[in-house]
Design a protein around this ligand. Structure first.
Ligand code: SF4
Ligand code: SF4
Ligand code: SF4
Length: 315
């Protein structure tokens, strides 16, 4: 991720937090970032992933996406998330460490994309917490793309009637399924009805289930093997919490998972807005805040897939 983009969000987060603390009951209520009790999600563990990319191909098939060919014509070789790729595996490598990292929508507890969408095309389900997209309301403004702190939402520039593209946690597969308890104690959807990336993973590097159970499992792994991991579950609180959780043996920042603090990005924008409303300066503040995010998102993406010095996450 572009360092400038990251800096802009951090500045914004600090400003918003301070303003909210001063005066905003609405912002304060948004800050709670309540996770729906039946929220679903995924847990990805870098120590288990072998980079086989079976999940990438499975995502393509399950979502009926066109193959994303590399410039030399190789089949399905995406370099990053794009309008044909909802899920990608990248490689991080430096002198000491190597790691794969899976990227897709994080299904934020307080999703900036949904807050930025004036028409409700992006929507967080009250029960499952899945952040879904309805193209019938979408006017193609791309505010969601500019607001997303994880640079997930992509736009079909090459289509006559373009849509936004992002992982929707395979909601078309899971919508009619109900959880069953497995031998491992996990609640899972029946086979064929879970997220495709999780079902094909030969190492269970990415698993799905209820967020509460996934979080408990992540903490169990940290306790059982503390030397194997960075001592944190990314997504438990970051950016207000996410429903896709990560365990890693490499610093999360190096993998393209920045430290945005514990407040949701929409909360930050609302906090700035409300603070300035007190001085009767209309929503300029909100748009300034969102503008910083948009500016960040417009800049050329130079990481996490390629750090300046040749280190970093490669496709
Ligand atoms: S990661 Fe981006 S697209 Fe996904 S829910 Fe969060 S803000 Fe929305
Ligand atoms: S949950 Fe479905 S759409 Fe999302 S990354 Fe996995 S396979 Fe792709
Ligand atoms: S299928 Fe599993 S092991 Fe293979 S790249 Fe995807 S997450 Fe990693």
């Amino acid at each position: 991720m572009n360092p400038g983009r990251r800096r802009a969000l951090r500045v914004l987060a600090g400003t918003g937090a301070a303003t909210a603390a001063a005066a905003s009951p609405v912002a304060a209520s948004r800050a709670s970032g309540v996770v729906p009790p039946e929220a679903v999600g995924m847990l990805y563990d870098t120590t288990r992933c072998i980079g086989c990319k079976a999940c990438v191909s499975a995502c393509l098939r399950a979502n009926d996406l066109e193959p994303d060919r590399s410039p030399d014509g190789l089949y399905q070789a995406p370099l990053g998330l794009n309008s044909r790729t909802k899920n990608v595996i990248k490689l991080y490598k430096d002198e000491q460490q190597t790691s794969y990292v899976k990227m897709q929508c994080m299904h934020c507890v307080d999703p900036a994309c949904a807050s930025a969408c004036m028409l409700g095309s992006l929507h967080k389900d009250e029960t499952t917490g899945i952040v879904s997209y309805d193209p019938s309301y979408c006017v193609g403004c791309r505010y969601c793309q500019m607001a997303c702190p994880f640079e997930v939402t992509k736009f079909e520039f090459d289509k006559a009637v373009p849509k936004i593209v992002k992982c929707e946690l395979c909601r078309h597969r899971v919508q009619d399924a109900t959880f069953t308890q497995t031998d491992s104690g996990f609640s899972r959807y029946p086979r064929g009805h879970g997220p495709a990336c999780c079902e094909v993973c030969p190492r269970e590097a990415v698993i799905y289930g209820k967020r509460s159970e996934l979080l408990a499992e992540a903490k169990r792994r940290l306790d059982a093997n503390p030397d194997a991991y960075v001592p944190k579950v990314y997504g438990e609180t970051e950016a207000g919490g996410t429903q896709v959780l990560y365990l890693s043996h490499v610093d999360f920042e190096k993998l393209g998972l920045p430290d945005y603090g514990d407040q949701g990005i929409p909360h930050v924008a609302y906090a700035v807005q409300e603070g300035i409303y007190k001085g009767f300066i209309a929503p300029v503040a909100l748009y300034t805040a969102l503008g910083l995010v948009m500016l960040r998102n417009r800049k050329k993406e130079d990481g996490p897939d390629a750090a300046d010095s040749g280190k970093g996450v490669a496709p």
